[in-house]
Design a protein around this ligand. Structure first.
Ligand code: GLN
Length: 515
């Protein structure tokens, strides 16, 4: 019997791929099912800024035709060929608009594809469209998007996290089985936590940044968003690898065994036995909601009972991570965003009165094109880098960055992976923190250290608190991304056994969600 639209969109990406391979379903059917879902729920959720129905169906039809023809070409199709995907609108795509969630890039079309988009196209995964985000990826709630916020499918009065709330909400609401995000301080992991999805921030350099609109180049990474650990691992395998167009890209030979590990086999190990897990002393306690801590401690108990060794690790410099991040990130952003000058890209505003100078066009363009949060960070970064203040602010922040790296090095002598809650709270109501930048910044307290150290991290669902998802974060040493998949896969399995169903299956039907 043919699967209904509703059944199709609730499969995991791995299951979709398997059914495509056996011919039980076609990619056109599968892609259309997701487009139908988007049409049905995205007016409410607003995960998408652009839907590319025709392009997605064209790719899907090409996969179906290749499969139907059989032979070598069908054989050589990528395992995920035909499985649709959504892309965060910070990642440039040829033939589809890229806005970065900003008025500055309204209507801008990239003349080239990001490397990850090239890889997704080479794998013949239909691209459903571009997802919403905080403007230039600055934020933790998607409320800073110039195009209006995305809503959390678990409760549409609440935020879906940010900056990648669009990708996370699309995957949580079954509008897409997979999505790409970017994580500079937590923008893949924190939205994952509050939407009950899985998101990975890869090792810095593990995935090409070419074509990711730069926010803070020493911290930015592109990574996978999915509903299961295995699905995230499979997508990570599509996008990983050396790229000569990214000077910080890692070559295969730099990995421990001289090749990129198979993340999906690490994800399918599903055993916690023998794993040494370090609980980061600084990433719990004050500021963390009791419901979040309750789920966190249950996860630790489950892992311990399943044979993991749980130790506590001390990372004293983490107390300064948020402060260091909010100097380094704005400093790099202030320099990266200087390119939006009204001359080269997107919006140009010409002042109606007064002399027509480049400075005045730049000023008028930036005043109109950038939102408040982006302006705040550009000013902060410019100040931190200015002569006389550089050593006191930027210089000190860089020293803290080194201390944080040293804390991680010491912690990983005691443990294979580290664990913490991903986010100190569950999804909060829309507009609650929008006027309080510091309260907003505190959402990333647990995710930021990994970006400062360049190490991989994952957020995996850890149950519910007051009906809303709680995320658990695992971290591993650089280039050991396979370890976060191993640990997260083990915890996912333990929780699936406990709740008799994956967490994402418990999401209320959107029709039942209270407005
Ligand atoms: N929320 C963090 C910030 O506002 C992280 C953003 C990101 O990872 N892109 O900077």
């Amino acid at each position: 019997m043919a699967l209904t639209t509703d059944a199709l969109i609730r499969l995991t990406a791995a299951e979709m791929a398997a059914k495509l391979r056996t011919g039980e379903i076609t990619s056109v059917e599968l892609t259309q099912a997701h487009l139908d879902r988007i049409a049905a729920v995205d007016d409410t959720i607003h995960a998408f800024l652009h839907v590319a129905a025709d392009e997605a169906l064209e790719t899907a039809a090409s996969v179906d035709a290749l499969r139907a023809a059989g032979g070598a070409e069908a054989e050589s199709l990528h395992p995920l060929a035909g499985v649709p995907i959504a892309i965060k609108d910070l990642i440039v795509t040829k033939g589809q608009p890229t806005t970065a969630g900003s008025k500055m890039l309204k209507g801008w079309m990239s003349p080239y594809d990001a490397t990850v988009v090239e890889k997704v196209r080479a794998a013949r995964m239909p691209i459903l469209g571009k997802t919403n985000l905080d403007e230039f990826a600055m934020g933790s709630s998607t409320e800073h998007s110039a195009y209006g916020p995305t809503r959390n499918p678990w409760d549409i009065t609440r935020i879906p996290g940010g900056s990648g709330g669009g990708s996370a909400a699309a995957v949580a609401a079954f509008e897409a089985p997979l999505a790409l995000g970017t994580d500079t301080g937590g923008s893949i992991r924190q939205p994952g936590a509050v939407t009950g999805t899985v998101g990975t921030k890869p090792t810095y350099g593990g995935v090409s940044r070419y074509g990711a609109i730069a926010m803070a180049s020493s911290l930015d990474q592109i990574g996978p968003v999915a509903r299961t650990v295995e699905d995230a691992a499979l997508l990570h395998e599509v996008i990983a690898g050396y790229d000569k167009k990214d000077s910080t890209s890692l070559s295969e030979t730099e990995y421990p065994e001289g090749k990129i590990p198979t993340f999906s086999s690490a994800a399918s190990t599903k055993t916690a036995a023998g794993l040494r897990i370090g609980v980061i002393k600084q990433l719990q306690g004050e500021g963390y909601q009791s419901g979040v801590l309750a789920r966190f401690h249950e996860a630790l108990d489950q892992l311990r009972q399943a044979g993991a060794e749980i130790v506590e690790v001390d990372c004293p410099s983490f107390d300064y991570a948020l402060g260091a991040y909010y100097l380094i990130m704005p400093s790099e952003a202030s320099s990266n965003l200087a390119r939006y000058d009204g001359v080269r890209y997107g919006t140009r505003v010409v002042p109606e009165e007064g002399p027509l100078t480049i400075e005045r066009v730049m000023g008028a363009t930036r005043a109109a094109g950038f939102g408040e949060e982006v302006k705040r960070r550009i000013i902060l970064g410019t100040y931190a880098l200015s002569a006389g203040y550089y050593d006191a602010y930027y210089g000190s922040a860089q020293k803290i960055r080194t201390l944080i790296q040293q804390d991680f090095d010491a912690a990983f002598e005691q443990a294979d992976v580290l664990i913490s809650p991903t986010s100190p709270t569950v999804a909060f109501p829309l507009w609650e923190k929008l006027d309080d930048p510091l309260a907003m910044y505190l959402n990333d307290i647990a995710t930021i250290p990994a970006n400062l150290a360049g190490i991989p991290g994952i957020s995996v669902p850890g149950g519910l608190s007051e009906g809303l998802p709680v995320g658990i974060q695992f971290l591993a040493p650089a280039k050991e991304d396979a370890r976060v998949y191993h640990a997260a896969g083990a915890l996912e399995q333990l929780l699936n056994d406990t709740y008799d169903a994956p967490l994402w299956a418990q999401i209320p039907a959107l029709e039942e969600v209270t407005r």
